[in-house]
Structures are given as structure tokens and as C-alpha cells.
Design a protein around this ligand. Sequence first.
Ligand code: FAD
Length: 429
Amino acid sequence: MNTISRRHFLKLIGASTAVAASPTLLNAQTGPARRVVVVGGGFAGATAAKYLRHWGGGGVAVTLVDANPAHVSCILSNLVLNNALSLSQITFNYAALQQKYGVTAVQGQATGISGGKLLLANGQSLSYDRLILAPGIDFDFGKIGVQDPANLLHAWKAGPQTTLLQQQLKAMPAGGKFVLTVPPAPYRCPPGPYERACLVADYLKKNKPGSKVIVLDANPKIIAEERTFTKAFNETHKGYVEYHPGVIVTAVNAGARTIAYSENGQQKTLRAGVLNVLPPQKAGKIAFDAGLVPAGQNWASIDPLSYESTLIPGIHVIGDAQGTGQPKSGHIANAEAKVCADAILRAFAGVAPDPAPTTNSACYSPITANTASWLTAVFAYDPNTLDPVTGKGVMKAVPESFGEAPAATQDNYEKMFDWAGNLFGDTFA
Ligand SMILES: Cc1cc2nc3c(=O)[nH]c(=O)nc-3n(C[C@H](O)[C@H](O)[C@H](O)COP(=O)(O)OP(=O)(O)OC[C@H]3O[C@@H](n4cnc5c(N)ncnc54)[C@H](O)[C@@H]3O)c2cc1C
């Protein structure tokens, strides 16, 4: 990152985005504060906690529970791999939410729900009028035959795994193979794996001549920004990326860094210098434990007008864990959180939720150490198309809203830090 964009980025992280007060504030009831407990202080949960207090004022008491004292952002975390950013630059604690918005932050692992209370691993329980679950994702190791899940290196939840992947990449000998698997969709951040392949290829070209990124994709083709990544693999990083679609991973020995898979009906094995496996994904465990995921499915079923569970009233699920079909991105998690916070405040005031919510998503993908592309889309509630499982209306992509960068450029790379700084500020500051 150059000095100008770094300065701008840091300034934006510290900035709090001005937002208009929700109309629900006008309706907020007098009397004892209503209690909302939020599990998960990532892009979805932290935004919901902040905006419940911002819009609900003294009418709502908000407790935010996260297993960790601070959240490490997956967004921009691929830039830690090539040393463009440090982990500390994408780590956010909850001090601003506490001090500026009066959110009560509790560090703890939520383990379940019983008798209308949220249970924590330390034995504590928290009462609520409404509960929001925003636990992000979990992995399905069994589906790809992972023999030793504890050794598996995914770096798809940012933190210590990101550092480990950076260290393994650095230690990989020249001429080595960096093997990256892409899980079947839907998974967290559709362009993310292809972005990682590009950044690692760029790093290898400069630091480990003769090395290769081998991408084993469970999907039949590149599922996001296909034109951009095809060009990146075949031209920008020519000779450094081998892309294999339609691959079924059958066994993984993470410790030995070996992987077995079938491709076009042929069984193959590879030994990697670095083995970076992104397992198939599903809603965070607490969503299953709380009974919010329909049998045989992977994501919590909710009503998109309020993000309230269609299985258990009074509990809402937002972010990657919910199953509306909206992309699993931090940007849209932030938007879903605002729709949910607004609907809860309206419910407390005896008012129906906004009947026509919209959300939007944006992803910037670095392609090299100084160029990036982007992708954007808007989603709108359609009451006339009913979800076959929930019987509720659906969030539909607005066709004319789809946008994709015509090319990966340096200007996009600079703007990526403005976009991320705004999102980080709006969520955590
Ligand atoms: C490499 C990469 C790049 C990405 N780039 C982009 C991008 O450019 N743009 C974009 O919009 N998105 C991007 N994403 C996707 C984005 O990071 C996720 O969609 C987003 O983090 C989802 O937010 P969330 O709040 O649902 O979950 P998370 O951000 O994962 O937050 C979940 C939180 O819940 C906590 N938690 C979970 N279970 C419990 C429990 N039982 N008790 C207590 N706490 C719990 C966790 O500690 C965590 O802090 C990227 C992701 C990756 C991996």
C-alpha cells in the first residue's frame, strides 16, 4: 500500500459513518429497556449491535457476545499473505461500540439456548427479548475426507491461520506447489479463492521462481468475475496458475500435505509444498445447536423482512449463517444487520417491518500487489416469489445492478482501501 492510500485507509477506519436515524426511533417505546443479545461480533453482529443502540437509544439494551476480544477481518486478509498488510491492521476490538454506543461486550463462547436464555461456556446465561445469531460459517471436514482437521490450513477464518499460511508460503522452496481447493458454492466470499490464487501467484513469481498455484475447484467453472480471473490466470499470471474445474476432493492428509481427488473420472493424488484446503461450508455451529437450520440443509432459514427465524420466533440470524441465497460477504452482512436491527426496533414499537428492504454487496479483489478488480450487486425483496422452504418472499438480485470492473487497475487497488475503510468504520467504529 502506498503512503497516501495507507493514510487514507487508517483515517477511514477511525471514522464513524454518519447515518440517518431510523424512523423506528420515533416510535421507540418508553418504559424499561428491551434486551437484545447478539452472538458474533463480525461484520453482521457488530453492525447489528451498533445500529440497535444508534437507532434505539435508551429504549434497547444490547449485549454483544464474541468468543474473542477482537475480530480479525477476513476482508483484506489475503493481503497479509504477500505482506502488504499486517494482521493488526485488520483487527478490530469492541471499544468504540462500548464507549460510543453503550453496547455491553462480553467475551465468551455461546453454547446453546435453554428456557429463553442464551447459555455461555463459562456457565453464565443471558436473558433476552430478542436474540440475534451472527456466528459466520463452520466447515464440513467429513465431506472431503479430512483425516486430521486440527492440522488443516484453510485461513478462511482470519487470525492465527492467516499467519500460519503466510509463514508456510514464505518457507516454501522455489519450484514448489501451492495447492488451493475451492469448495462447492455457496461458500464465504465467492471471488475470494480466485483472488487468493492470484495474490499467491504474484508472490511466487517475484519470490519463488518456477513455483505454481494449483487450483482444484469443486465448481464446474470460476463462479465470480469469470472474465477477470480467467484473464488473470491465463495472461497476468501465465505459467504460475493451473486451474482445474469440476474436481471432487476425496481425501486430505493435512499433516502430510497430500490430497486425493477425482477429475474427469480419474483418481489423482498430489503432494503439496503448501496445502490450503477450503472445506465445504455451513452455518456456524450455534445455529444448528439452537435448531435454526432445517433438517438436511446447511443454512438457517429466515424471513428476509426481519431475518427472524422461520423455525423459532424471537431469534434472528444474519450474515454468512443465513440462507436467503444472498452472497456470503461482509458488505452484505453489514446491510442485512441494519435491516434486522430496524425490524427488531419496529417490533418493539408494535410496527411491521419495512415491506421492501434492499441490500447490496461489493467485493474488491486484488489481482497483483498493486492492481485490483471489483464486483457489485443490489438485492431487493420480492414478495411475489415465494421460497419453497419458508413460504416467505425472497431477496432477488436486481439485474441492472450487476457491475464488474472492466479491468484490474491500480486505481481500483487504491479505491479498495477507501471501500474497506468505510465498511470497517461503519461496523466497528
Ligand atoms: C479471504 C477472504 C476475503 C474476503 N473478502 C471480502 C470482500 O472483499 N468483501 C466482502 O464483502 N466480504 C469478503 N469476505 C467475506 C466476509 O469476510 C464474510 O462474508 C463476513 O466475515 C461474514 O460476516 P459474519 O458476521 O456473518 O461472520 P464473521 O465475520 O465470521 O463473524 C462471526 C463472529 O462470530 C463469532 N462466533 C461464532 N460462533 C460463536 C459462538 N458460538 N460464541 C461466540 N462467538 C461466536 C466469531 O468469533 C466471529 O467473530 C472475504 C472472506 C475471506 C475469507
